[in-house]
Ligand binder design. Structure first.
Ligand code: FAD
Length: 290
């Protein structure tokens, strides 16, 4: 199928983009990498009358550490995360995740802001952001507001981004000390969405106790899901094999997978248990070597 007719605008500043969003209201959609929006328009699941292409607005793509945060501009492409030295040194989880997202063509265009703003629990970055305790900066003509990632996802393709707003930055508490993170998903074939995926982050103190833990789950719940009971079990304790086993069991019990072409509920719960265990062990190993 082909998309319904639409108008196309390419503003060169955020202010121009806000004015266009205001003029067209609900009928307008932001175009970033286009790798979720355009397929949905072709299938006519989405038929915006105006596309506002933000690719020509300078200053929206960067990866930097500043003021105690890792800051990632919304228009940063998957390929930029893959190629970043800072990411390779300190935030292994992004290397793990971007490598598993689709194929190089998609990664050359797809943006991290679009991946989150699309609001799909099958996408990989939402779980990564939950694990890392991210917050999202949303801008509009009224100014900027910051939304914790736990309050960002509302429902099927629905997020905290309101008409007239643009997601501009993702902020993640900067890695320090013995910090490690990891992501893996099981996919039916290379580049597919996850049957199940798990993002894990841990921070250890000098005695090897877990002082911080984050676990996000991909595609096993209607919304991207934090495995809170697993995190609580880990924090304040030595991450022994038994404790990791318990945390993995909690994650598999607490998620809500539904049966589809990628597998039935039991299989997906099993995947969550196995991947949680493996990602926690990998994150801990990375933290010990940090
Ligand atoms: C074949 C294929 C395989 C894929 N496999 C995977 C995968 O395995 N894992 C995965 O995570 N993703 C996968 N994707 C999705 C891909 O990562 C998309 O690029 C991503 O979901 C959307 O990013 P985008 O920049 O392309 O956004 P777009 O498609 O341009 O936009 C997506 C939505 O977000 C809104 N939006 C975009 N940017 C902003 C912004 N800054 N502020 C406000 N709203 C905004 C748009 O209006 C639209 O509603 C796949 C896509 C394809 C085509």
């Amino acid at each position: 199928m082909i998309a319904e007719p639409f108008n196309y605008d390419a503003p060169s500043t955020l202010d121009e983009a806000f004015a266009m969003l205001e003029a067209h209201g609900d009928e307008a959609k932001i175009l970033a990498g286009g790798h979720s929006l355009i397929p949905m328009m072709k299938l006519r699941f989405s038929s915006p009358t105006h596309l506002i292409d933000i690719n020509r607005i300078p200053g929206l793509a960067y990866i930097k550490e500043e003021d105690g945060y890792l800051k990632i501009g919304a228009m940063t492409r998957e390929v930029d995360l893959e190629d970043s030295d800072l990411i390779a040194r300190k935030y292994h989880i992004f290397k793990d995740a971007t490598h598993l997202i689709a194929d190089p063509q998609v990664r050359n265009f797809g943006t991290i802001g679009g991946n989150l703003a699309h609001g799909d629990a099958a996408n990989d970055h939402p779980a990564v952001m939950l694990a890392l305790g991210a917050e999202v900066e949303i801008s509009s003509k009224e100014g900027k507001r910051t939304v914790p990632i736990d309050e960002f996802f509302f429902g099927f393709y629905t997020t905290a981004v309101q008409p007239g707003e643009i997601l501009t930055e993702i902020r993640i508490p900067a890695a320090s000390g013995k910090y490690g993170s990891a992501y893996y998903k099981v996919e039916r074939k290379a580049g597919d969405y996850a049957a199940a995926g798990v993002a894990a982050m841990v921070q250890l103190d000098g005695n090897g106790n877990c002082v911080k833990a984050g676990i996000g789950l991909t595609n096993v719940n209607p919304l991207p899901m934090r495995a809170s009971r697993s995190e609580e079990a880990l924090v304040g304790n030595q991450p022994t094999d038994d404790l990791i086993e318990l945390a993995a069991r909690y994650a598999s019990e607490d998620c809500n997978p539904s049966e589809d072409l990628r597998g039935d509920e039991e299989y997906k719960r099993h995947l969550v248990k196995v991947i949680t265990k493996r990602m926690l062990k990998l994150a801990i190993e990375r933290a010990q070597n940090a």
